[in-house]
Write a protein that binds this ligand. Structure first.
Ligand code: EPZ
Length: 430
């Protein structure tokens, strides 16, 4: 397995290009299953999660054409998805266990052809991750759902029907799945307590371009009037707010200055305000955000994760890494996932002073300096937190299990080296 080696202590300065958003791209790919016409997605990030979902769609019968794009130094992909007809209605365990977001095939395939079988993804490192909201909502729309041999078997032979659905939690995944399903249902679906993350707005934009009738974008009440068929469309994926936030923290933790090109500040207001409260200069430009921490007198800050526009859980681990080297105490509270402090013991191996209270809170007391160590994490964002700690630490840090990072951070070493980090990938065979 590849590793990443970092020699800490360099101040990072320069520009980093922010890629298309992984968590927007995944449901957008599955929206293509709603039509027999081509759906073209541009600004697609080059990530293993995208490859895994593409492999699943190929197995369902989708034809995928891939094009390489280059603008300046930045490379991205364009994918053209076309599912004229399905060759299989089964999303097998081997695909779903690699990529939880495979569950996005559920709503679209069921809505288009009235049957789908999806291996239940099971829990993962950050929590139990149930699918009850997705399944209960589809049942309210007339689907018959059974769990058999680890699979969700869903039937809606006469088609799905519109329903009034109230989500008990503002789940991102359930909002995307039910939105997609409702576009082809008979009648009107109303979702209350829908998630409002920008990735959902991006999905709504594509669905509307495909002919869907949806009202309520960026609000917690979505109304979808079902149509008979959807058609093809072309769509550019929004930029990745979590990647941008992660590199903003890289500027902060190395007391440097990074311009996040192609980042959208309106999607990051809560984390940017925390950086501002730490005396870091944050300049919002139309096509970029500049994070300047060179003269910042940083102090610990409390953060509490919440649904959008609250503080994103996907930036909690990275912020905690920053707090380990900032003077004063910080209280970090995780409200979305029940097991998202797996980075804590690894940060402590690097000299961090962290006390976890129960399942949801941790007090971090800033230390003068972390020291490099071999570390590993159990999920994507926790792995990035260890990269950040390595950038700030004295000496050498080796981050193991790099495959987590490859799921969600495109060209990580290249981007960080471009702003002055001493970082390299050690290939398995080296
Ligand atoms: C999405 O996961 C993201 N993944 C996650 O990012 C992110 O952490 C999460 O939203 C919250 O923002 C993708 O977009 C692919 P949820 P999702 O359904 O949709 C509970 C990353 O690092 N819940 O909004 O799976 C659930 O247990 C990943 O990029 C139910 O109880 O998250 C959690 O406590 C990690 N029943 C809360 O809701 C359900 O049926 C929010 O989950 C569904 C969810």
């Amino acid at each position: 397995m590849d590793k990443i080696k970092i020699i800490g202590g360099n101040q990072l300065n320069g520009k980093i290009y922010i890629s298309g958003a992984k968590n927007a791209a995944l449901p957008l790919i599955c929206a293509g299953l709603l039509t027999d016409e081509p759906v073209t997605l541009t600004n697609m990030p080059i990530l293993s999660d995208i490859k895994s979902l593409n492999a699943l769609l190929t197995q369902l019968g989708t034809e995928i054409e891939e094009q390489d794009n280059k603008s300046g130094k930045h490379e991205s992909k364009t994918y053209i998805y076309r599912t004229k007809k399905f060759s299989s209605l089964i999303a097998p365990y081997d695909y779903v266990r690699k990529m939880r977001a495979s569950y996005y095939v559920l709503g679209p395939v069921l809505a288009r052809v009235g049957h789908v079988e999806l291996s239940l993804p099971g829990g993962c490192a950050i929590g139990a991750r149930p699918m009850d909201i997705h399944l209960n909502s589809l049942e309210q729309m007339g689907a018959k759902i059974e769990i058999k041999n680890g699979y969700v078997v869903a039937d809606a032979k006469g088609g799905l029907k519109g329903a009034n659905i109230i989500f008990p939690k503002a789940s991102v995944g359930a909002t995307c799945n039910i939105l997609m399903a409702a576009t082809l249902a008979k009648g009107t679906t109303r979702i209350e307590n829908a998630a409002k993350e920008p990735e959902i707005g991006d999905l709504i934009d594509l669905l509307i371009d495909m002919g869907a009738k949806i009202e309520g974008k960026n609000t917690s009440i979505l109304t979808i009037e079902g149509v008979k068929t959807l058609h093809g469309a072309t769509h550019a994926v929004i930029s990745d707010r979590i990647e941008a936030g992660s590199y903003a923290i890289a500027a902060a933790i190395t007391k440097g200055r990074i311009e996040l090109v192609n980042a959208h500040a309106e999607h990051l207001q809560t984390p940017l305000n925390i950086l501002r409260a730490m005396d870091i200069k944050v300049t919002e430009k139309p096509e970029s955000i500049v994070i300047d921490a060179r003269n910042a007198l940083m102090q610990g800050q409390d953060i509490m994760t919440d649904y959008y526009p609250g503080f994103p859980t996907d930036l909690q681990a990275q912020f905690m890494a920053l707090m380990t080297v900032v003077p004063g105490a910080s209280l970090v509270t995780e409200n979305i996932w029940e097991n998202r402090f797996m980075h804590v013991p690894e940060l402590m191996r690097m000299g961090a002073n962290i006390n976890v209270h129960g399942f949801a809170s941790a007090i971090v007391r800033g230390v003068k300096r972390l020291s490099g160590a071999p570390v590993m994490a159990t999920d994507l964002r926790a792995s990035f937190a260890l990269v950040l700690a390595g950038l700030a630490a004295e000496g050498e840090t080796i981050v193991n299990r790099v495959y987590h990072l490859d799921r969600g951070y495109e060209k990580l070493e290249e981007k960080l080296r471009g702003v002055g980090a001493d970082i390299e990938r050690i290939k398995e065979s080296d």
